[in-house]
Design a protein around this ligand. Sequence first.
Ligand code: FAD
Length: 389
Amino acid sequence: MADHTLNIAIIGAGIGGLAAASLLRSIGHQVRVFEQAGQFGRVGAGIQMTPNAMQVLRRLGLEPALRAIAYEPEIALSREFDSGRITNQFAIAAAMEHKYGAPFFVLHRADLHGLLAADHAQDSINFGKKLVSLEQDSREVRLRFADGSVAHADLVVAADGVHSLVNTILFGRQDAVFTGRVAYRTTFPAALLGSRPLDPARTKWWGPDRHIVMYYVTAKRDEIYFVTSQPEDAAWLTQESWSAKGNLDELRSAFSEFHPDVQHVLQCCPDVHKWGLFIRDPLARWSNGRVVLLGDACHPMPPYMAQGAASALEDAAVLSRCVATMVDNGPAEMAKAFDLYEGTRKPRASRIQAASGANNWMRHASEANPDWVYGYNPWKAPLVSMDRA
Ligand code: FAD
């Protein structure tokens, strides 16, 4: 436990922010989370939690609850979009845990988020707090919110996502870049598939310039999820928000050359959301003074390796280890802790960002050795300063 108490503010109650809040509190600090949304919504989305992410969720005590609600597929398949030919397959249930020491679950994103949020007292998550400015000096950070309120903190963790305001405040305006691609995604009751149920595998169907991933999101296999990636005209961004309802006819038409199994799922799907996919170049630094970035705020990536939230969880674990090395609350100790955090996390996050962008993860058996991703344990990774990274 820390022998001094920091007053820590976390901006953003996403997966990264909530995990960081729990872990920093667990080493003895006072933590408040500020979230712009008025409440948490339940957007229809699944999420894959690979063994490296599960190392963090396990430390948070969530593994038993995850085992009860999440789905653990027997196998993951890569299939050609039209013929359905299997180009790669790897075992998940039991095999992952045996090899990497932690399981690989898939589940509803809101269920994961709900478990992370349940770890916090009601009053430690402050909703309706949209950060609009941040100033710091050698003693503290002052945070101003859109409702006119102000908060003070010794240390600020900015987990405010891909469009991070804090990133802009610290390092100047450098907007996240639209990749020219969108993801349609939704969850819906498996019963809507009628007499042609979803294959129990976690399957990615690979087309020439688009793909679709499908899996069950509950242990009971009563709800399914799919997520696509396909080209989209940048004009769409100016017409609609970056996250909007998708048009089902457009989606079905975009995948009309895919295998009948895919088309059946799209035909039965009642509703869908459409998300713009954004990236940023790796940043030179992730921290400035008393403020440090975490998750998509510093290393957003296309979702093609299912590692964005996993990386945010890894960040949270490593950041808590680095903050635990501080022997006092002064700026010099904070700078050392952030230096260790960046030195430990940046090389790995940048490598995953680059590998995600290539979008060939596990497509063919010859390209696939997931050990460096799934075998990583953020509790055991050596802490390395920036000059040795
Ligand atoms: P976010 O989840 O974006 O959270 C940021 C939070 O900050 C939000 O709650 C937001 O409201 C809040 N906020 C923003 N600005 C402010 C402000 N000014 N003031 C206050 N609050 C603010 N990752 C995986 O590991 N596995 C997967 O299977 C996977 N699938 C994906 C599928 C798709 C289609 C997409 C788009 C992403 C996927 N990801 C996946 C990536 C993952 O969703 C992100 O990497 C992850 O959500 C990042 O978490 P975060 O906490 O950094 O940011």
